[in-house]
Design a protein around this ligand. Sequence first.
Ligand code: ZN
Length: 326
Amino acid sequence: MRTTSQLRKIWAPACERTLRVVTLHSGAKLSVATEVVEAFQALDGVMQASGYRPRPADTGAFNCRQITGGSAFSLHAYGIAADINWNSNPYRRDNRLVTDMPPDMVAAIKAIRTGNGAPVFRWGGDYRSVKDAMHFEVVASRTEIASGIDWATVALVPPDPTKPDSWPVLANPSNGPSVEELQRRLTAAGFVIEVDGEFGLLTERATADYQLSRGLDVDGIVGLQSWTALLTGQPAVDPDASPVKLGTRSPDSHPSTRPSLQRGDTGLDVVDLQRRLIALGFAPGEDDGVFGPLTLAAVERYQVSRSLELDGVVGLQTWTALMLAS
Ligand SMILES: [Zn+2]
C-alpha cells in the first residue's frame, strides 16, 4: 500500500487540483479532484447500500492545509481525501478507535478496485499510531484511477424500483450502473440518448427536458423527485405537452435568476439560450450547450437587432429581451 508521501508525489502539487463537487445520496457534498470523482461515487454507493448516511453538516473533503503539527500537506490538499461524519468518528491521538461506521461497510469500501485491479481507498481507522475514523483517502495512482472503477467490486444493493429513495443523486459528471439505468429510463420515456453509463452534457440536457415535460423542477439533477417520476411514471404526461419545444430552468423563471453567459461557457443555460435564439431565427448553430463562435455571432446579431448594448455577453438586459420575446 502506498505511503502518504508517495501519494503526495503522485498527486502533486498541493492546493491546485481542479475540483468537482460530488453530491452524496444524503445530499452531503464533497469537493474532490476531478480524477477521483467516480471513486467517491463508488464509496457513496457502498454507504447508501449499508444504510449509512453522511451528514451534510460534518462531512467534507478538499482543504488546502498542512497536517497537524507538520509542514507537509494533508492529502485533503490534493483533493483525494474525505472526512465523513466527523462528530461520530473523531480523530484520536490516543489510538483508540471510536466510530459508528459498520465494519462490513468499511470492508466493502476497502474492497473497491480500479479497472486494472488496484485498491482505491485506505481508511483512517486503520492507521497504526493514531485513529482517524472519519477519513478515507485514495491510494491509487493516477494511472490506476484512469482505468476507471470496476463497478463489479462495489457492493451496491440493487436499487429498488419501488423505492425511489434507494437511488443515488446523479448529476453531471457521474458514471456507473445507476447512470445506465437512468439513461435507459430516459430513452424509454422518449428522450433518446446513448446508454453508456456516462452522465455528461447530453444526459444532463435529456434530464432537463424530461423534467420540463413532467412539470418537475428543471435543474438537470436526478434526485428523489426525478427518480420518483422516472420509476413510477408519475405524473403522467399530457400528450400535448410533449415533446418539449423549449427548455427553460423553470416555467416561471425570471431573467434576474439567469447567469451571465459568454463565449466559452457551457451547460444547460447555454442550451436554453441557443434554443431561444433558434426560435427567434438567429441561427446559433446546434443547441449543444457550448457557447462557441456561432453562438457568439448569433448573440451579437440579436443584440444589434434589439438595439441592446453590443458586447456578445448575455447579461440581464439580453436575457430580459430574450425571455420577453419567447
Ligand atoms: Zn481527513
